[in-house]
Design a protein around this ligand. Sequence first.
Ligand code: CDP
Ligand code: MG
Length: 737
Amino acid sequence: MTSLLAGNRAQSVSARPKYLSLSAARSVLAYGSHMAQFWRPGSERPRATLVDDEEGGVLFVSAPPPSSSSGFGHSSLERQRQRLPVFKYRDAILYLVENHATTIIVGETGSGKTTQIPQAGWAEGGRVVACTQPRRLAVQSVASRVAEEMGVKIGEEVGYTIRFEDQTNPSVTVIKFLTDGVLIREMMNDPLLTKYSVIMVDEAHERSLSTDMLLGLLKKIQRRRPELRIIISSATIEAKSMSNFFQARKKDLRHAAEDCVPSHLPAILSVEGKGYTVEIHYVEEPVPDYLQAAVGTVLSINDKEPAGDILVFLTGQDDIDAAVKLLREDTQDDRRRTSGLLVLPLYSGLSRVDQDLVFAPTPRGKRKVVISTNIAETSLTLEGVVYVVDSGFSKQRFYNPISDIESLVVTPISKASARQRAGRAGRIQPGKCFRLYTEEYFLKEMPTEGIPEMQRSNLISCVIQLKALGIDNILGFDWLASPPPEAMVRALEVLYSLGILDEDAKLTSPIGYQVAEIPLDPMISKMILSACSFGCSEEIITIAAVLSVQSIWVSMWGAQKEFDEVKLRFAAAEGDHVTYLNVYKGFLNSGKSSQWCYKNYLNYQAMKKVVDVREQLSRLLRRLGLALKSYHTGFSECPLFLSFILRKAIIAGFFANSCHLEEYSHNGLYKTVRSSEEVFIHPSSVLFRVNPKWVVYHSLMSTNKHYMRNVIAIDPSWLIEAAPHFYQVRTPNLAPC
Ligand code: CDP
Ligand code: MG
């Protein structure tokens, strides 16, 4: 394979991003603002030196005070902790958070924000701290790390909560990691989040949809709870605009007890990291296939460069699995050349066992190659990485409110992301970053910043959650960046057509409120509620549980034939949803055997998760007072009847996703009824090549074409039955009203 490295065009950049820093604080001082020093009682040193910039209303900490002894033992873990830049700012952080309603902390990835700030010592004052992450995998991983550092069992003093998994003990947990989505859900039962004294919104620069919602909601809560402290932390952030957003009005703090009125001005703390220099190498010509180029680059690094692990950024599970397979095959073909490589994937849907492999120390004499989505960009830190290969792409969600199609699209990353990715190579020593794009592209074409998810997403779930929290005027909500009005209108329309909102855009009772209680996509929740009336809720919650895990099949990249054969063992003529029922039944009959999963190309961890999620859904329905019925107990065992009611329940949630096969199509071309978009059945579906005349799909995935995933065959008359307000009969076809 030819080398893609343009070695002699190396250009040196510092991995240390430029943030507000010590020098910024000094310059503020020079412009005549006042300075104050704070002593801890009995201490000989100032606790922190603060510089107050009256005009901008921003406070900078000018120097980290030496950290006090932590009281922990001096194990190697403890020594690692103490070396982290954030550790040294511990007192300053405690001071700032005590005195400011909001504190913004910026520091490069790996400086210890996520693991150290929650441990700064809040518990000593009897406070409970919540730390949010946009990604589930990061929640689990950092919670384990912090529990380990504190020498406690996960789920006790340190716990975590992600959707369908709660590892906390309310009476003892004092540090809780959770996704921002879960924290928003907690507001439904506790609108002011009274159980937390400190809430840290981490990875705020990612600007995920839930993070943006959470920031707006926290700002509202802050007005009612002046004693609440908010920390916003991130690797790279427009600290000033975040600070403007959180600048409280003085009168909002009037309820605070007199002796603890916090400053209404947010404090900004820049943690100085200690990244090493990273050499950047660009390709000379654009690469035709980034996956092949990434694989080639890894092999070249292994051939030519000294020891050090390699981190490769690709876009998603499919291309990561493909690259892992290519590299592992190469290892087998040419043992001499690549026998030292330990190739591992890293993405959100990964099982716990595979995750642990990624974070385990590299075995002696081996070189670890981790092939990752942008999760390793800032959310997770891998030790030992010296080389980064950056494809220049990531997968992003894009929603088109006109066609109502939401697709995960492979998109060029921003310059901010490219810098973060490069920085990953400079954690332990000077490193190298190989960019699979040209320098000219980087300089002239790559966008500076990414677009917040809020502005490129379907807003259905967001709208229903805000409505459930009593926020009626959603466009008037205090957004960090406003959502596009078209997407908002579309979300309101869909929720109205599902019977979740009424004509005044208020949640309907009971359906709207019940849907809001179920932590799933509103369309799935509506499907479950309809199944309760049809008498097949036991079956539908199994389907909902399967749809809520990433994928129950093990990766079958490049093995379509074997995959087709396996699917035939379970395939149902109705389509994928009913096929999942057969898979689930088989799993239970096998005694939940991992061997059985292995033989049937099923992911054992995912199947266990399905059983768990299903159990939680059934508990939730009971709590909502809804009947759990199986057609076996309610009706005669007529398979045809089950086949009908199951699909009718699915349609009750997904009627808007109907498509019909083009009459003269020989290549399986469908058109959506709603917007006449051209779509195809995905090869992973049991209905691939079967091509029924009418179908309803669960989701669309766009690569070179729009592919429908999880498809069922339907009778079009069921659409009118389910949504007479949405469809009208127009000979020869249906059309949306
Ligand atoms: O949040 P930030 O990127 O600033 O850093 P962090 O996640 O708190 O990580 C600080 C250090 O803890 C990293 O340098 C890792 O070495 C270590 N860490 C780890 O070993 N395992 C984890 N699951 C998380 C962090
Ligand atoms: Mg972090």
